[in-house]
Design a protein around this ligand. Sequence first.
Ligand code: HEM
Length: 295
Amino acid sequence: MQTPQIGIFALGTSSTAYLEFDARDGTTRDLVGAIASLREPRMTIGGVNLVVGFRPELWRDLFPAEAPAGVEGFNHDLVGPDGYRMPATQHDAVLWLSGSAYDVVFDVARGAIAELAELASVADETSSWSYRHDRDLTGFIDGTENPTLVEAAELALIADGRPGAGGSILLLQKWSHDATAWESLPVADQEQVIGRTKDESIELTDKPPESHVARTDQDRFGKIFRRNTPYGTVTDHGTIFVGLSADQRPLVAMLESMLGLTDGVRDALTRYTQPLTGAYYFVPSTQGLQRASTA
Ligand code: HEM
């Protein structure tokens, strides 16, 4: 049985750092090997979970037998019929570090950057934290319709016997919130935008077709596992969308639906939020990483 990188499912992590890297010229094999080796015990002390992922095409070039078919990076901006844009900011690799406090995440992140310095540069870096237990910075509970941890493994991980088994496809997007516009909406209007009540996250029976939960309805697009976190400062903040799936299609279909690419109906939440980044990564199994570390 292939085992996943366990940090995907870690609980009680109130501090997170996402580091995206670009390989320096000609170093992709060395970089993958070095990142795979970061899972040595010295990197797992201090209660920090480390999940690593690679640009899907980069992983496939190096380990074709261990790559899920047809998975692609976020290689082109996605643009809706009205011009709303989701930018493609694909990088070569990602480290997703999470822990119970920021000091340990900070130290491990710095150590990892130093270890990789000759092979890759940090292209994007975001630190994030939890807000009022399980809310995002819209003030709504985020994750209500997530599968339980038992179900999540089945949905998020590629099944045994398939290329890339035990791995997962990660969509990482940094969304900036227009807090002023959002907070000027009465709560009843915010609830129409999300499609759920604000206090208890009860799904509205008559939710509008442009509401966020209607545009990302998992009964329509397939189920995914989300690990979103709030990021930013008091004056400039938003949501890191972290979506995992055994199959890239639900993730792509949800983004297209949010843009209104299929039926011209744009997700109402996008009137108050704007993606700044967008990348897909293949997150290999621990066995895949072990092989990559010695290849
Ligand atoms: C600013 C960015 C985003 C924010 C603040 C946000 C927030 C939320 C909230 C509050 C809910 C309702 C509660 C829940 O079930 O979790 C929700 C549901 C959901 N969101 Fe998002 N979301 C964002 C972006 C995205 C993106 C980019 C995707 C997909 C690629 C997505 C996929 C989903 C899914 C699948 C659901 C559950 C839908 C269902 O009821 O089946 N979200 N989101």
